[in-house]
Design a protein around this ligand. Structure first.
Ligand SMILES: [Fe+2]
Ligand SMILES: [Fe+2]
Length: 313
């Protein structure tokens, strides 16, 4: 049987489950809560105590789980009694689970649908809670989680910027989904090549670049035959490393507004990981290094957003 991993933060105790919930314990999958039963507070706490961060569902329960998650997310985001930290935690859990599923199973329609829902929820939480973006960026993660965190950061910040630039709802949805999955092909590279993700762009040799940049093409290949992936999203993923000077892998010199936003925000967040510079220093470096790669207007808008959101402190 195939099991789909999900994060514990995307189930809540005291809600009847519409799927069997498994845990992986002592080298085997155990049914921890049965369909129709509730995850009691007691059982939920036990998971946390045991440091079990993931649970599993079977493939046949994916659709039931998705419906459960959709309603859990919308109930949680609406509920004024729930703290912003708890809300952020749940949305991050959903987005991280979705990215992870897309990394391991990029052909799964159910994983893709979860990604769309997660992107919408991220957008919603940022829109209605001024501190949410800062909370998301403020979190530090283990090295093995950095790529997922990067995708989440890029989604949150790109959508925020696009909203200020008056993009439409559809554009914001497309940008959010594309941002979550833009780097899914990186985990498919071999171990040595994956390390290129952690290397500052300035230090990449032309050979490194050729290998590393394949992840944009590979992502397109993984997604392009899927009828449920729209063209805007496909192009956004394929062009997320493009710059206006034409030095990106596809050598494009014209980018749509959304493509330019995604590429720029991706560039910014990636620098904070590879160069280990503070947000303020990263921004300063970008204003110099990326002159000609992004339009000055957009760079200045970005600077304003980083300031106003308190991300440079
Ligand atoms: Fe990338
Ligand atoms: Fe990226």
């Amino acid at each position: 049987m195939d099991y789909t991993p999900l994060r514990i933060s995307t189930v809540k105790p005291l809600k009847s489950l519409t799927f069997d919930l498994y845990i992986f314990f002592k080298d085997q999958y155990l049914c921890y809560v049965k369909k129709g039963e509730q995850l009691t507070e007691d059982k939920y706490t036990k998971l946390k105590v045991q440091k079990i961060a993931k649970f599993f569902i079977t493939e046949s329960d994916e659709l039931s789980y998705q419906k459960f998650l959709d309603s859990l997310l919308s109930e949680t985001l609406k509920n004024t009694q729930i703290s912003i930290d708890d809300k952020v935690h749940m949305v991050e859990g959903a987005a991280s689970s979705a990215i992870e599923r897309m990394q391991t199973n990029p052909g799964s329609e159910s994983a893709y649908y979860m990604t769309e829902t997660a992107a919408k929820s991220l957008r919603q939480i940022i829109k209605s809670n001024p501190e949410a973006l800062k909370k998301i960026f403020g979190k530090k993660v283990e090295k093995n989680e950095e790529l997922i965190k990067h995708s989440l950061n890029v989604c949150a910040l790109a959508v925020k910027l696009a909203e200020i630039l008056h993009c439409t709802e559809q554009e914001l949805d497309d940008l959010g989904t594309a941002a979550l999955i833009h780097d899914i092909a990186i985990t498919q590279m071999n171990k040595d090549d994956i390390q290129l993700f952690y290397k500052p762009r300035k230090l990449l040799s032309s050979d490194d670049k050729r290998v590393y940049y394949l992840h944009t093409k590979d992502a397109k290949t993984l997604l392009q035959e899927k009828p449920y992936v729209n063209k805007t999203i496909l192009e956004l993923v394929a062009n997320h490393e493009e710059v206006l000077s034409g030095q990106g892998p596809n050598k494009k010199k014209k980018l749509t507004k959304l493509e330019e936003i995604l590429s720029m925000v991706n560039n910014y967040d990636k620098r904070t990981i590879t160069n280990k510079t503070t947000p303020m220093q990263t921004l300063k470096d970008m204003m110099i290094d990326e002159m000609g790669n992004y339009s000055l207007d957009l760079l200045n808008e970005f600077k304003k957003v980083l300031h106003s959101e308190g991300l440079l402190e």
